[in-house]
Design a protein around this ligand. Structure first.
Ligand code: CTP
Ligand code: CA
Length: 224
């Protein structure tokens, strides 16, 4: 092969990536959400596409724009919609990277009219959303499945448990503790936990470089 094609190590590979938060409706004007910007997932999508991959990005509400016109973006709002879209594309994928900050709970009932203010407290009944990553882990065949983990205590131990429980090939542990890590910033501090329980820490880096580290590892593992 010529040099030009060698620079596209992910040519012909199908990637499924989730990014951003989900919004869970309370009533027609309110929701439960989180501070995820989508930056990490969008950076992975852009970088994978630059390396030749065919990318489907399933994005929760995010203000970010994609630079690469070849990325297929599917915009969703709720965890339920993200679950359905992910299952639609997973079978055809070679690699799935689930970086979305999916809400763990949603209101049990969505009020059809705007909830009016009354005296006293308001109690919302919440019900669990489906775990998209765990469900893909259960039906996984040849796919290389990557999850993220956000932990504030016993980070490595909890991430290892998640890797096992969700049947993953790699978990990317996100640190909130370090300076330059987290939701709304352009840098991130991560640690890989691999399928064989290796712990590989990285220094604080721009999210673009973190995306490159993740894809480099996937390329190494899937061509091995
Ligand atoms: N995830 C998912 N669907 C959900 C919840 C989480 O696909 N309903 C995925 C996230 O995209 C991430 C991984 O699961 O890749 C771990 O998310 P995290 O919130 O760290 O873990 P949880 O399993 O939700 O457990 P907890 O929040 O209690 O730590
Ligand atoms: Ca969670």
């Amino acid at each position: 092969e010529n040099d030009l094609l060698k620079k596209l190590p992910l040519r012909g590979k199908k990637f499924l990536i989730t990014a951003g938060p989900t919004y869970e409706a309370i009533d027609p004007v309110r929701f439960i959400g989180n501070h995820s910007s989508g930056k990490m997932g969008y950076a992975i999508a852009e970088t994978a596409a630059e390396l030749g991959a065919e990318v489907v990005l399933i994005s929760g509400p995010s203000a970010l724009k994609l630079e690469n016109d070849f990325i297929k973006i599917i915009r969703v709002t709720s965890a339920e919609e993200m679950y359905n879209a992910a299952h639609e594309y997973f079978n055809k994928s070679d690699v799935a990277i689930l970086s979305a900050a999916v809400a763990d709970y949603r209101p049990a009932d969505v009020a059809s009219e705007k909830i009016k203010k009354k005296t006293g407290a308001l109690t919302l009944q919440l019900t669990k959303t489906k775990d998209i990553l765990a469900s893909l882990g259960q039906i996984k065949k040849q796919q290389f499945l990557v999850g993220f983990a956000l932990e504030t205590q016993n980070e490595e131990e909890n991430a290892k448990l998640k890797l096992k429980k969700k049947n993953l090939d790699l978990i990317v542990l996100n640190s909130l503790r370090d300076e330059g890590a987290g939701f709304q910033v352009d840098t991130n501090k991560i640690t890989f936990i691999t399928k064989d329980n290796k712990v590989l820490p990285f220094p604080v880096k721009p999210k673009k470089e973190v995306a490159e580290d993740i894809l480099k590892y996937i390329i190494e593992q899937t061509n091995a």
